[in-house]
Design a binder for this molecule. Structure first.
Ligand code: NAD
Length: 285
């Protein structure tokens, strides 16, 4: 299955969706601390641009065109990473897409695409990499990208929010499966709050029905983007919390911590979700 290559002294990161936004920040930060970086992205031009920057700064980086919806493409990516960079020490299942609009107006294709990328894409990453990570007998880690949305409810983003709850649950269960199997893999969930990226500009919308509701949500989220943290600072915080052994890795601990407390309180008191009608503000922290 995999050919042994010399172990990279700083470790090897394999990341999906590393051509933009959060994933780009994680890839660049990993390279800055001496990791070799393998970037899988459906957008090869974007992935190659990040990889060539890393190489220009003296790092070791590989860009591969991968659609995370296709397990065979992730298997091929894993083979290339193990062959060309060596055993993976950190897998980050990051690729994800957004969708705006009322749930019943969501085009079926957009619904399926979001599930295939945001949920099945994470499953495919785990299917492709865990057997190789386990066979390498190295200490390894897997981080999956959930979101502050993984502990919240929001109108006009139901498919996305649902997918981030799913990734959080998948990641919590993965941690337990890894322990059950006795594997030396540290599992963590990344919950970004607001990080500058292209996710809202590239999000799906609505063709029929209440088009304005979806576009109003897109406009609101693009205003949030203006207050968002830089991807490199977000990555620095995530790596720091992982080094402390945290399971929940938060880009904005106060903001997301408040959402986690709100979720816990909602469940404790068995309260129904409340509509948020104000303007979302990202506090500096
Ligand atoms: N930006 C934020 O504030 C924020 C907040 C919470 C969670 N997240 C999560 O962070 C992750 C990254 O999002 P982002 O905001 O950086 O978005 P982004 O759109 O800037 O980057 C996403 C990357 O994924 C790639 N991608 C999309 N579909 C793909 C596919 N099928 N196969 C492979 N690659 C694919 C894109 O080409 C792009 O490079 C997502 O999982 C998202 O849900 C982001």
């Amino acid at each position: 299955m995999t050919k042994a290559t010399p172990r990279n002294a700083g470790g090897v990161l394999a990341i999906t969706g590393g051509g933009s936004g959060v994933g780009e920040g994680l890839a660049r930060y990993a390279a800055s601390i001496g990791m070799a970086v393998a970037i899988a992205d459906i957008d090869l031009v974007a992935a190659e641009s990040v990889a060539s920057d890393i190489r220009a700064e003296g790092g070791n980086a590989l860009a591969v065109q991968v659609d995370v919806r296709d397990l065979s493409q992730l298997e091929g990516f894993a083979d290339r990473v193990y062959t060309e960079l060596g055993p993976v020490s950190l897998l980050i299942n990051n690729a994800g897409v957004e969708q705006f609009g009322l749930l019943w107006d969501t085009p079926e294709d957009n619904w399926q695409r979001l599930i295939d990328i945001n949920i099945t894409g994470v499953f495919n990453g785990i299917k492709a990499f865990v057997p190789r990570m386990s066979a390498s007998h190295e200490k390894t880690a897997i981080w999956n990208l959930s979101s502050m949305g993984g502990v919240s409810a929001a109108a006009r983003q139901a498919p996305y929010i649902m997918s981030k709850h799913a990734v959080l649950a998948l990641t919590e269960c993965l941690k337990l499966d890894v322990e059950t199997a006795g594997l030396d893999i540290t599992v963590a969930a990344v919950l970004p709050g607001a990080v500058a990226s292209n996710i809202f500009a590239n999000a799906g919308g609505v063709k029929d029905g209440d088009v304005a509701a979806g576009e109003a949500e897109r406009a609101a989220m693009l205003r949030v983007r203006e207050q968002a943290m830089s991807p490199i600072e977000a990555a620095r915080r995530v790596f720091e919390q992982a080094a402390n052994g945290d399971f929940y890795l938060l880009t904005q601990p106060q903001l997301i911590g408040a959402a986690m407390n709100g979720r816990a309180e909602q469940l404790r008191t068995r309260s129904a979700p409340q509509l948020f009608s104000g303007e979302f503000h990202v506090p500096a922290e």
